[in-house]
Write a protein of this length. Structure first.
Length: 588
């Protein structure tokens, strides 16, 4: 094997790893986070969890990615440790799908149709279809499918390059002598574990072993312990991911390690014990890509079938290894923010969904604090006033943590739809936070009325309730626009915002009249002005939310032009809707 063969081998390995990465990313984009949501929601039984772990890993082509996601679920409190066990086991089975695909490279036949199954035959076709979809289509989904096809073709081309580069090694006595040393179970396990730990992918390390098998110089006695070691080495990714996580997340990573480590020890002990008695003839035969895939699958399926009924023991063992202490108690509020799990950023489509869930929580809290604050105008209560301050602090925290999360997410490779969602959230969370700030201002006005033993006149209270009802309507509508991204709902927001402005001006005018007639005081006027200003600002922020959703969805950039075009529609629909709503909110 000369210098140029080594370059070809390294280039093939690079293409293989890159193709696997590209294909996995494309598959994750096409799934749009749905696979992860299924993992999150459908783990009611052990066997169902195994099946889910298997299917998700088979699709995204990475047991490491699935396990890291599970660590993230457990760390954020979305998933219990007992639910995680089955998924981890299923992920180990799912990763064998890659080895079966790669085993196609070993097909040898003069039959035309069988030869078509060889990756070297169909990969060029997939590559052409993929590049056409990427270059000539505008649909983001078709582009993602093109990425998957191209990634698979690159992966297979890399596999072929590696196989071709190592073929001359079959005639090198030193190479065959080195491989025979791996027939020692301990040496083989260490080699497989170290290789997999370095490249952080059992699928990739199995593929490299399959490429070496194409030389016809790898005995099964050496390949077998290497495969077992690869199952242990793949645990490194989850263990690294658990650094800095909570105790339960670390336990999930330890379950992955114990499952593979104990499973490997027991499986190998039984295998070599039986081999001593019956002397398996295939141990001296040369391994092929197909026998590697078969061995990989048999181990993972057998280990899962044996271990699943005793999965509780794995949980107990992990809990004994990672013990609880009094510092591990997490407050309910902190648990809420754990859905913004940094590990989810590696699967951007799912991270967007988690960001959306957090934004909905923030939206709900800002609506709650506004309702409480408005209620204090009618009947002040110090305990409820304290709740307003606490909830507002929580909304502030949402803006900080969610904003930081979304900025990180925005730097990821997102689909067009997800990119729009992130843009909308980044703009709207600021409005949610400002609405909660104005709720605090309303609470302070109510507190001032209470502490100074002041009260609005019956007429002023009645008028104020009309304005509050209008503000409540625009807040509900704007929040619904954010939740549902329904453009039909936006037609009510701007007319309502204009009505709030008109009502506020009329309330100020009527207050001045009452002031002149001696029915009201200047001090009450200051408080009323503060209240009206807060309510107007809330309506403005609702308008911002509606405009933002519309602009992002319809790729508009000039807010002023958008609002002008809305009010100058040829069919007068804006003014017709304004007139309809004005009839609903009339001052007595």
């Amino acid at each position: 094997m000369d210098f140029f063969s080594i370059l070809t081998l390294l280039g093939g390995l690079a293409l293989f790893l890159y193709g696997m990465q590209v294909m996995g990313d494309g598959l994750a984009k096409v799934s749009g986070g749905k696979l992860e949501q299924i993992l999150e929601n459908l783990t009611s039984s052990k066997w169902k969890a195994v099946l889910l772990g298997l299917c998700v890993t088979a699709v995204i082509q990475s047991s490491s990615a699935t396990t890291v996601m599970v660590v993230g679920f457990v760390n954020s409190g979305i998933m219990k440790l007992t639910q995680a066990v089955g998924i981890i086991m299923g992920a180990n089975i799912g990763t064998t799908v890659t080895s079966w695909l790669l085993s196609l490279t070993g097909i040898e036949s003069s039959n035309f149709f069988i030869s078509l199954l060889k990756p070297s035959s169909f990969s060029p076709v997939l590559a052409m279809v993929g590049i056409i979809l990427l270059t000539f289509t505008k649909s983001s989904r078709k582009k993602d499918i093109g990425t998957i096809l191209l990634g698979f073709a690159v992966l297979m081309f890399g596999m072929e390059s590696m196989s071709g580069a190592v073929k001359p090694l079959a005639d090198v006595p030193e190479f065959t002598g080195l491989l025979l040393k791996f027939s020692n179970p301990v040496a083989g396990i260490l080699a497989g574990a170290i290789l997999t730990a370095i490249i952080q992918s059992s699928s990739a390390s199995v593929g490299i072993l399959q490429a070496l098998c194409m030389t016809g110089a790898v005995p099964f006695s050496a390949a077998f312990p290497i495969i077992m070691g690869q199952n242990i080495g793949t645990c490194v990714t989850a263990l690294l991911s658990a650094i800095g996580a909570n105790k339960n997340a670390k336990r999930a990573a330890m379950i992955h390690l114990y499952f593979n480590l104990i499973g490997t020890v027991i499986f190998m002990a039984l295998f070599y014990l039986i081999n001593t008695a019956v002397h398996f003839s295939f141990m001296t035969q040369m391994a092929t890509p197909a026998t590697i895939a078969i061995t990989h699958s048999i181990f993972n399926i057998t280990a899962t079938v044996v271990w699943l009924p005793f999965s509780g023991l794995l949980v107990k063992l992990a809990c004994l290894t990672i013990r609880d202490d009094e510092h591990d108690v997490v407050s309910r509020e902190d648990q809420e923010f754990m859905i913004l799990e940094s590990r989810f950023l590696e699967k951007p489509a799912f991270a967007v969904e988690q960001g959306r869930n957090a934004a909905r929580h923030m939206e709900s809290e800002s609506r709650k604090v506004l309702d409480i604050a408005l209620g204090l105008i009618q009947k002040y209560d110090e305990e409820q006033a304290g709740r307003v301050e606490n909830i507002e602090a929580k909304v502030d925290r949402y803006e900080d943590e969610l904003g930081t999360y979304l900025v990180k997410l925005n730097n990821k490779d997102l689909s067009e739809k997800d990119s729009h969602s992130v843009s909308i959230m980044l703009h709207c969370i600021g409005d949610f936070e400002r609405i909660s700030d104005h709720a605090v201002n309303i609470m302070e006005s109510a507190r001032e009325l209470y502490e100074k033993n002041l009260s609005f006149s019956v007429q002023a209270k009645t008028e104020l309730q009309v304005l509050i009802a209008t503000v409540g309507r625009i807040v509900d509508t704007a929040y619904e626009v954010f939740d549902k991204q329904d453009m039909n709902l936006t037609r009510d927001v701007e007319p309502l915002e204009e009505i709030v402005d008109e009502l506020s001006k009329e309330l100020k005018r009527r207050h001045v009249n009452r002031l002149r007639s001696g029915e009201c005081t200047i001090e009450m006027g200051f408080i009323l002005t503060d209240l009206l200003t807060s309510l107007e600002r809330i309506a403005d922020h609702c308008s911002n939310i509606s405009v933002c959703v519309t602009q992002v969805r319809e790729n508009l950039y000039d807010t002023h032009s958008h609002l002008e075009s809305l009010k100058n529609e040829p069919d007068d629909s804006y003014f017709n809707r304004l007139e309809e709503l004005q009839k609903e909110y009339v001052l007595p």
